[in-house]
Structures are given as structure tokens and as C-alpha cells.
Design a protein around this ligand. Structure first.
Ligand SMILES: [Zn+2]
Length: 312
């Protein structure tokens, strides 16, 4: 990616934002010293997923403090480390010359950078007959590999993915875990995406299971009871479930059985497992958030709720 230098930028600050070192930035751009100038374009191979941002203006009200303002805006569209309160706080320093946080006054205008596109995205229609307006693209990031180019989703879906896809890798014991493989989400504007019936409005995501096979495949691969990495797959699933925004997960009945048997052994999940999985009921029973659908032996399919629709 390219970083365009703005007023107040320093090499150190840019490096911190992208989790790289000053030395790396110098090398990628053949820089000698620390001198950079406004408007200059720097090549950065960032370690954090880049999301669209925009600069907004906040008018200070009574009781505001710089930290409070930062916290307020960090909460919206939160997700991914780039949206942290610290990042918003830093953007205030960067975008407002001579900002004195201890002396801010009601009525004063402060510029800050928030995560989120200019025009928020919208899932229109149904998953099997719909479109996607102002979709956001899932970009490459640590912990996952993109298998297909059709990885456009709603801002909320991308937020959940950026939060959860690196989740396994973030665990201390799994620092060297392989990338999880991500398949189709939706086309840029949604609509029919072969060979799926759904995946039409940015709410459906195909994700491979974690396998114990090494090297870990970078494509979807059928799992067996021997190759399925239940622990890591469950950690990932649990992250998605905790968003409370999952409408449905499609998973082969046989894979459900392996996951169900494992999840039931987890503390506090013995009962909840049978509400969550369709298994051990038959594959035709309409019960559980996790349901059988053929073709889901090498990946699971997660469908998020449409936050814009009022009918559910
Ligand atoms: Zn799918």
C-alpha cells in the first residue's frame, strides 16, 4: 500500500501505525535519514489490515476530553487493531496543529480519522436474490489467506472477519498456527456468484476448517476425523458466535458430529452444544444455528444477520 505523508507525520509514527519498523520504511523507499515531506508517497507493506477511513470534524461539547472523544469514535465500526481508541487519539494529534488536550473548549472543532467508508454499505434483498451497495473488500491480513477475488461484504461483516480471522493466531500457544482459508463472500455489487445460490448481498462467507495436515493447504480440503483440527476450528467459530450477529452456519452433518463431540467437552458447553448444533438430530431437522447443507465438508458457510433489516 501507499501512505501519503500528511502534516505532522514522522517516520516513527507511520511505522507504529502500520506495525513495521522505521528501518523497513527506509529500505522500502530508499530513504537515507528521517526527512519526509507532506504529500510524499511512501510504500508500506503493512502488517495490519487497512480499512477505509475518513476524516471527520467533531465539535467539542461540555465534558469532552480528548480521550473521551477518541473512545466515542473508536466504538463505531470497531474491529481490527487500526480502529482502536489509541489510533483515533493519534489521528487527533496528527490532524490538529497545536492541539492542547488540557485546554479544549466547547465549540472548538477537532479533526479526527475514523474507520469506515464515506458511504456505509448495505445488504439489499435476500441472500439468494439480492445486491450489495457500497460493499467493503476484505483485504489480506495476518492469520488468513484469501482464495478467491469475490470477497466483498458489508462493513459489519468485514468487521467481524477482521476481528475473528486472526483470533487463533493471537493465542499465545498458537502463534505459529497456519492461515485459515477464506473463500467467496460476494461480488463487489453483489448479485449471482457462481456456483452459489446465496452469497448475493455481502452476508455469506465461506471459510475452510483448520486442518492438522502440514503443510496446511491453502485451498479448501475435505476433512476427516483425523485431519480436522477441532480446537482451532472451535476457537474461530466461537469468536463469530460471540458477535451475536450470526444467522446461520452451514456445516456437513458428519463434521457437525465431530465438532459437537468436542464442544460438549468444553466447560459450560455440554447443554449449549445441543442447542447450537443440529446434530445429533437428523440432517433434515430445522433445529440449531449450525445446520447441514451438502458441499460443506471442506468449508463451513457463515451467514450474518442483516443489521439493516427490521424483519428479524
Ligand atoms: Zn457458501
Amino acid at each position: 500500500m501507499t501512505h501519503t505523508v500528511v502534516r505532522g507525520d514522522t517516520l516513527g509514527a507511520i511505522a507504529r501505525r502500520h506495525r513495521v519498523t522505521v528501518r523497513q520504511i527506509r529500505r522500502w523507499n530508499r530513504l537515507r535519514g528521517d526527512g519526509i515531506r507532506r504529500g510524499q508517497n511512501l510504500v508500506i507493506y503493512s502488517m495490519i489490515p487497512r480499512r477505509p477511513t475518513r476524516v471527520i470534524e467533531h465539535t467539542v461539547v461540555r465534558g469532552d476530553s480528548c480521550n473521551r472523544i477518541a473512545r466515542h469514535y473508536a466504538q463505531r465500526h470497531s474491529g481490527g487493531s487500526a480502529t482502536s481508541r489509541r489510533a483515533v487519539r493519534r489521528s487527533m494529534t496528527r490532524l490538529n496543529r497545536r492541539l492542547r488536550c488540557r485546554r479544549i473548549q466547547p465549540g472548538q472543532v477537532i479533526r479526527l480519522e475514523v474507520i469506515g467508508p464515506e458511504n456505509p454499505s448495505r445488504a439489499v434483498g435476500r441472500t439468494n436474490r439480492g445486491t450489495l451497495v457500497n460493499g467493503e473488500r476484505l483485504v489480506d491480513g495476518p492469520g488468513y489467506t484469501l482464495m478467491k477475488p469475490y470477497v466483498w461484504g458489508t462493513n459489519e461483516v468485514i468487521t467481524h472477519l477482521l476481528n475473528c480471522l486472526p483470533m487463533v493466531r493471537r493465542q499465545r500457544r498458537w502463534r505459529t498456527a497456519p492461515d485459515v482459508v477464506v473463500g467467496d463472500i460476494s461480488r463487489r455489487g453483489g448479485g449471482f456468484l457462481s456456483p452459489h445460490r446465496s452469497h448475493q448481498n455481502g452476508l455469506d462467507v465461506d471459510i475452510g476448517y483448520y486442518l492438522k495436515t502440514r503443510p496446511h493447504p491453502r485451498i479448501f480440503r475435505n476433512v476427516t476425523s483425523r485431519t480436522l483440527d477441532r480446537e482451532k476450528t472451535w476457537r474461530l467459530l466461537k469468536c463469530f458466535l460471540e458477535t451475536d450477529q450470526v444467522e446461520m452456519i452451514f456445516m456437513d452433518h458428519q463434521v457437525q458430529r465431530w465438532m459437537y463431540d468436542y464442544v460438549r467437552t468444553r466447560p459450560g458447553w455440554r447443554r449449549r452444544a445441543s442447542e447450537l448444533f443440529q446434530y445429533p438430530r437428523s440432517r433434515t431437522r430445522h433445529r440449531g444455528l449450525i445446520r447441514h447443507s451438502s458441499g460443506h465438508r471442506n468449508h463451513f458457510h457463515i451467514r450474518f444477520k442483516n443489521v439493516d433489516s427490521n424483519d428479524d
